[in-house]
Design a protein around this ligand. Structure first.
Ligand SMILES: Cc1cc2nc3c(=O)[nH]c(=O)nc-3n(C[C@H](O)[C@H](O)[C@H](O)COP(=O)(O)OP(=O)(O)OC[C@H]3O[C@@H](n4cnc5c(N)ncnc54)[C@H](O)[C@@H]3O)c2cc1C
Length: 377
């Protein structure tokens, strides 16, 4: 890697890194991305990249549907050629009674129309995941096959190999973390999805336990996805092909004549409250040193927390990274570019400081913390 200085280094070339890279560049920062393999080679490359709404009510539903509206109109502007926005037909899931399904429809605030037993959401679609990530990185300098393995902070800058920048954004998805972030309690959810070539174009997405996408411009369609929470070793399970095809045929019988093209797998990075985590990265060790009674319930104003200098976390997009990442990135990139505090940022990592320390650590805080090293800087 050449010696080079940037305003910001983003680690990770998935939809997380691509979205924050795009909006940082839009805020006039000179940005590079360091990706250990190729752009979108992690969960993002495996994703069906459905842009699906959520039914029901509550703050999570409102967030997802607001992010969906934002992301679809964003993709319409920057990647209309990669987007199929033909809507989605949603059937009840197995285990979801018709009464519950109907109740959820009544609570749903976004636009829909009834179609027999299903409902149709016009503002839904799917996007070509890999090409989208490449497009978002167009204004960034991309270093592929470049693994960041040690973060160093020296003379007011972060250093990754021969690269340096004042600002560092870690967007490494569910991969082994480069940060002392155990207290964020993120987890990986493995998934597989298929690519098929239907005999005739599929008009719109079909959604139930799994989803089938409308046909993309290249006549292929996505079928996904499996969800596996157990600790598994990041391997594709070939039995997922039958599992997904069976479910897809039940929803849309003509899938049985489709040509099977390939199966992809990836690890979704998820938070415990299903909301992405993005913002300034707190120095948990220093916070506990400064406020040793915090686990016992001491009230501490969040603006007295310590943070690592210009270090940001951007991740935990769960099963909907293509819906949430651009929306979150637009908000967080502005905070980063303006060097603002992110007290008002609803995605801030620090929301887990109090939750984890109070719930899980209690009085043994300092002993527990000794098992984890802080970042040296
Ligand atoms: C099967 C499947 C189906 C899905 N379907 C959908 C869907 O329909 N709609 C939707 O919105 N979302 C979907 N998702 C979820 C979505 O893919 C994720 O939310 C999203 O990809 C997470 O993006 P990310 O950038 O955080 O992680 P990733 O895409 O995993 O990117 C992280 C990147 O960081 C790189 N990296 C890691 N460590 C280092 C290092 N040390 N140095 C350099 N680079 C590093 C990795 O190589 C990787 O490219 C699906 C996911 C899966 C697995």
């Amino acid at each position: 890697m050449p010696v080079k200085r940037f305003d910001a280094i983003v680690i990770g070339g998935g939809i997380g890194g691509a979205s924050i890279g795009y909006f940082l560049a839009k805020n006039d920062l000179n940005v590079c991305v360091v990706e250990l393999a190729k752009i979108a080679s992690g969960a993002s490359g495996a994703a069906g990249a459905f842009l699906s709404p959520m039914m029901g009510k509550g703050s999570l539903v409102d967030f997802i549907n607001e992010a969906l509206a934002f992301s679809i109109s964003f993709y319409e502007k920057i990647a209309p050629d990669l987007l199929v926005k033909n809507g989605a037909l949603r059937f009840a899931k197995s285990g979801e009674s018709i009464e519950r399904f109907n109740d959820n429809i009544k609570l749903t605030k976004i636009e829909y129309e009834r179609r027999g037993e299903a409902i149709f959401f016009p503002n839904a679609g799917a996007i070509d995941a890999v090409k989208l990530c490449e497009r978002l990185f167009e204004k960034c300098v991309v270093f592929e096959n470049a693994k960041a393995d040690r973060l160093r902070y020296k003379n007011g800058e972060w250093h990754i190999g021969e690269l340096s920048a004042q600002t560092l954004v870690v967007a490494t998805g569910a991969y082994p973390s480069l940060l002392p972030d155990w207290w964020l309690k993120t987890r990986g959810v493995w998934g597989e999805r298929l690519r098929v070539k239907p005999v005739r174009p599929i008009a719109y997405n079909y959604m139930s336990d799994i989803a089938i996408s409308a046909s993309f411009a290249n006549q292929t369609a996505a079928i996904g996805a499996t969800h596996k929470r157990a600790a598994i070793d990041w391997q594709i399970d070939p039995s997922a092909i039958d599992e997904l095809l069976k479910k897809a045929i039940k929803m849309l019988p003509e899938i049985k004549n489709a040509e099977f093209l390939d199966i992809l797998g990836g690890m979704r990075p998820a938070s415990s409250d299903y909301i992405p985590i993005a913002g300034k990265f707190p120095n948990a060790h220093k916070i506990l040193r400064d406020f040793p009674n915090l686990p016992n319930g001491e009230r501490v104003a969040e603006d007295s927390f310590s943070y690592y200098p210009n270090l940001y976390y951007f991740g935990a997009h769960g099963a909907r990274g293509f819906v949430t990442a651009p929306y979150v990135a637009k908000i967080v990139a502005k905070t980063i570019a303006n060097g603002e505090k992110d007290i008002e940022n609803p995605f801030k990592p620090s929301r887990f400081i109090l939750r984890t320390f109070r719930r899980d650590i209690k009085a043994s805080s300092c002993d527990t913390l000794k098992q984890f090293s802080p970042l040296e800087y």
